[in-house]
Ligand binder design. Structure first.
Ligand code: ADP
Ligand code: MG
Length: 591
């Protein structure tokens, strides 16, 4: 690293500097980043009094020569940038040359550092030099920050409880550890070791990152973590680790985002993650994920906020789509279907036929084995049936429709196990996907209504709706004004054309159309889900075998047939082995 010098006023003005030291964790963040910038491979942190009494960070990085130790505390003194151009292609964490200055102004700080043969200590109290002297020549840097905010009592009062401040401190260290899997970190809180992370043994960086992710998120997740590696755009790369769907969390804090290994907050990335989980998530359950994005330095701007957490992508859209797409693909692939017993694997790979019964095969269901029941010697009927390529994991033909329970659940014999389908949820999913596909392709089939539907709405809304008539037409609706306060719906999407409560549905669509604030895509998706729900067969509709099997077949073609668009499961299974296990048989009975 080059030597320290003052930034010119011009550069200083271009830096979004500001108050960066808000609480102990902001101090820790700056100190750890300095250690990382100095190339440390080992960082040890000690905390007393939740960081208010003492924060001590020791590293084995490059260190500073004696003559630079004092300079490090001067405002806008940095060894990391010299010009405005440098700002644009920043690779280090620090760059404002302001952190040590600000920290030392509100505490009693001592820095001991050594880069060669001589060590040096500088002590600063409330921004004033208190002492400096030679120190032992131990390579690296130790910074001790005592009595934070001792001279600014107002800020001390502003701090939260010790528990909460300690939480912030731990978060800072977890983020640093996730971003730097090859660096060892340890944290001692009030004298006790509370975190210890050694570099993993994996050969490639992504492997070692995976080990670090598991160590930070909890070893329980080690096995199930889904790993995504992808590239996007011109030079974008993505590495992400997702906890499996069974391990969604009640807390939304287990989401970490990094851009070029810098921890950041980004609504774009967070929304992309939630988008991917949307079909699988119920209310109050949140994704657990660690996401690393690599981008060329000119593809984003970090200099938005003095704490450098907020970041602007030059191309929001491509980053959003890369993350949402990759994650949703990985989640779908990972998804078996929920079994009655959590953790038990869904259907095993190989299926054999069972003795079929039921009506002859409907022509629409060629894959399903519905041939007439053979006689008592059924051995010859044991043909192997392979699911069609690209079929989801749960799709294990042959299926046999056993009947309907509560007029709402369809029960199937599926290769000797049981498959129970919620007919309403299933139908919802199917309609949802069909309509979504039509919308996506811009080919919504629309159908004229025999009798136009008249809706009375306020004149102001009528105008607003008419001004969006084009959008409505793309969604399959044709509308026109009829007087000042009446809207006539002349045509509706063919899929929903015969829905009993078309009127309600259209009201719903108009609400979404007129609601401001939410992103267009979200509005559309939500409207879709509600739509599909309303138009779907209601529970209590009697279904016969052909309709029931047709439903399975349609579900198979869905991107995710295992739950409804709102995230409720649409099916549960109890496979052959599981049945045997529950009845305490040594193994499944021979077919
Ligand atoms: P910045 O990190 O923005 O440059 P800081 O106030 O955080 O500003 O640090 C000022 C300078 O002090 C850094 O540029 C670096 O040269 C030096 N420094 C700070 N901490 C360390 C450390 N742990 N090891 C080596 N050098 C350090
Ligand atoms: Mg710094």
């Amino acid at each position: 690293m080059s030597s320290i010098r003052r930034l010119s006023d011009d550069v200083v003005r271009h830096i979004a500097a500001g108050e960066v030291i808000e609480r102990p964790s902001s101090v820790l963040k700056e100190l750890v980043e300095n250690s990382l910038d100095a190339g440390a491979s080992k960082i040890q942190v000690d905390v007393l009094g939740a960081g208010k009494k003492l924060l001590r960070v020791a590293d084995d990085g490059a260190g500073l020569p004696p003559e630079d130790c004092r300079l490090a505390f001067e405002r806008h003194a940095t060894s990391k940038i010299a010009s405005l151009q440098d700002l644009q292609r920043l690779a280090t964490f620090g760059f404002r040359g302001e952190a040590l200055f600000s920290i030392a102004a509100v505490s009693r700080t001592a820095l001991t550092s050594c880069s060669g043969r001589k060590g040096w200590t500088v002590e600063i109290e409330g921004g004033r030099l208190a002492a400096e002297h030679e120190a032992a020549p131990v390579r690296g840097t130790v910074i001790e920050v005592r009595d934070l905010f001792f001279n600014t009592p107002a800020r001390l009062k502003f701090l939260k409880s010790d528990v909460s401040e300690r939480g912030h401190l731990t978060r800072v260290l977890e983020e640093a550890a996730l971003a730097n899997p090859d660096v060892s970190f340890s944290l001692k809180t009030e004298g006790r070791a509370s975190l210890r992370l050694e570099p993993g043994a994996g050969r490639e960086v992504p492997d070692r990152t995976a080990e670090r992710v598991a160590a930070v998120l909890g070893d329980g997740l080690r096995e199930g973590l889904l790993r995504i590696q992808d590239s996007f755009g011109v030079r974008g790369r993505l590495l992400a680790f997702l906890a499996p769907l069974e391990a969604l969390s009640p807390s939304r804090n287990l989401q970490f985002f990094f851009v070029n290994r810098r921890p950041i907050s980004s609504r774009v990335l967070q929304q992309a993650l939630y988008r991917a989980y949307e079909p699988h998530r119920s209310r109050g359950r949140h994704p657990v994920a660690v996401v690393y994005i690599e981008l060329p330095p000119d593809a984003f701007d970090v200099n938005v906020h003095p704490a450098k957490r907020e970041l602007r992508f030059r191309e929001d859209r491509s980053v959003f789509e890369a993350l949402a797409g990759a994650c949703s693909g990985a989640l779908l692939r990972s998804k078996g279907i929920p079994t009655l017993d959590k953790g038990f694997p869904a259907f095993p790979g190989v299926r054999e036929s069972v003795i079929p019964y039921g009506p002859p095969a409907a022509p629409a269901l060629p894959e399903l084995d519905l041939s007439p029941a053979p006689g008592p010697s059924a051995a010859s009927a044991r043909t192997r049936i392979t699911p069609p390529p690209h079929a989801p994991r749960w799709f294990a033909p042959p299926f046999r429709f056993l009947g309907q329970v509560e007029s709402s659940y369809l029960v199937f014999d599926a290769a000797g196990g049981l498959l129970v389908v919620d007919q309403h949820a299933a139908q919802e999913r199917i309609l949802f996907e069909k309509y979504a596909a039509e919308l996506e392709e811009g080919k919504v089939r629309s159908q004229k209504l025999l009798l136009p539907l008249s809706l009375d709405i306020p004149a102001s809304q009528l105008l607003a709706v008419l001004s969006r008539a084009q959008r409505l037409r793309r969604a399959g609706f044709e509308v026109e004004a009829f007087g000042k306060t009446t809207l006539q719906v002349i045509a509706a999407p063919a899929l929903f054309h015969s829905a009993a409560d078309l009127r309600d549905m259209i009201h719903g669509v108009l609400d979404h159309l007129l609601s401001e604030g939410s992103a267009a895509a979200d509005v559309q998706r939500h409207a879709l889900a509600t739509f599909a729900c309303k138009a779907a067969v209601k529970a209590h509709d009697p279904l016969g075998p052909p309709e029931a099997l047709r439903l399975l077949e349609d579900l198979k073609d869905c991107r995710d047939g295992t739950c409804c668009p709102h995230g409720r499961p649409s099916m549960i299974s109890l496979n052959r082995d599981e049945l045997a296990r529950r009845f305490k048989r040594p193994g499944p009975p021979p077919l």
